[in-house]
Ligand binder design. Structure first.
Ligand SMILES: C[S@@+](CC[C@H](N)C(=O)[O-])C[C@H]1O[C@@H](n2cnc3c(N)ncnc32)[C@H](O)[C@@H]1O
Length: 220
């Protein structure tokens, strides 16, 4: 695949290359996804939403993080939803995992339904980040937690396939979150040297932010 094709596949995997791209993302992002799940601090009985799980190889680690956790993944790629369902068939049959197709900017979920929401490597594709964060705010319970993980603008902009991505530095993402009523409670960085989605060795730096909400100047 050339950089333009890789870029389109990362945004919304489709067609004959979709499954291969999902597997490639799993290989290159497994560690940062695991770090984000750890930062989420999943507790017993949590309802967890993930935006953009791709092929969902990590979903079993979410539901096994505590007792009676239920997971919903929403992805706008029909191909990724199909692969995530195949990879998590038994958990879906048990009723603890749901994988659905849709744009996370406007969902059908009830207000305050989720205790935790997380998303890794999707912010670059959000069409309207304020509206997307508003929707997360709506479906997250008032004192719920949102964890966001993304690659730093610095290394991402040097990659050949990110020309159409919206990239963020740590301070730009913090400003965006704060302008939408979130406050960053905890920050982590995840660095590793590994393969990019174009199969090149790169030094990667990710920001992970554990966010709560502020109301009348008080963090909920
Ligand atoms: C670059 S992949 C990242 C997949 C996985 N989170 C990872 O880090 O390896 C982005 C995924 O998010 C999905 N996606 C991007 N924006 C989305 C949105 N607004 N709503 C739902 N899914 C979205 C894409 O279809 C794709 O599966």
């Amino acid at each position: 695949m050339n950089p333009v094709e890789i870029s389109a596949q990362l945004r919304k995997p489709s067609g004959t290359n979709a499954t291969a791209m999902g597997e490639r993302m799993t290989r290159s992002n497994a560690n940062v996804i695991a770090a984000c799940i750890e930062l989420l601090q999943i507790a017993a009985d949590d309802n967890v939403l993930e935006i953009g799980p791709g092929s969902g190889a990590h979903i079993s680690s979410v539901v096994s993080a505590a007792d009676n956790v239920r997971y919903v993944g929403i992805d706008w790629s029909a191909a990724m939803v199909a692969d995530a369902r195949k990879n998590n068939q038994s958990l879906i049959e048990q009723g603890v995992v749901t994988c659905c197709e849709g744009n996370a900017i406007a969902t059908q979920f009830n207000a305050s339904y989720f205790d935790k929401v997380f998303s890794v490597n999707t912010i670059y594709f959000w069409e309207n980040p304020q509206q997307q964060l508003g929707e997360i705010s709506r479906i997250l319970r008032p004192d719920g937690i949102f964890c966001l993980a993304f690659g730093d603008r610095g290394f991402m902009q040097a990659l050949p396939f990110t020309k159409n991505f919206t990239l963020y530095s740590e301070s730009e993402a913090t400003g965006l979150l704060e302008s939408c009523g979130f406050t960053v409670l905890q920050r982590r960085q995840h660095t590793e040297v590994g393969q990019s989605n174009a199969n090149e060795q790169v030094s990667k730096r990710f920001h992970l932010m554990r966010c709560g909400r502020v109301q009348n100047g008080v963090t909920l």
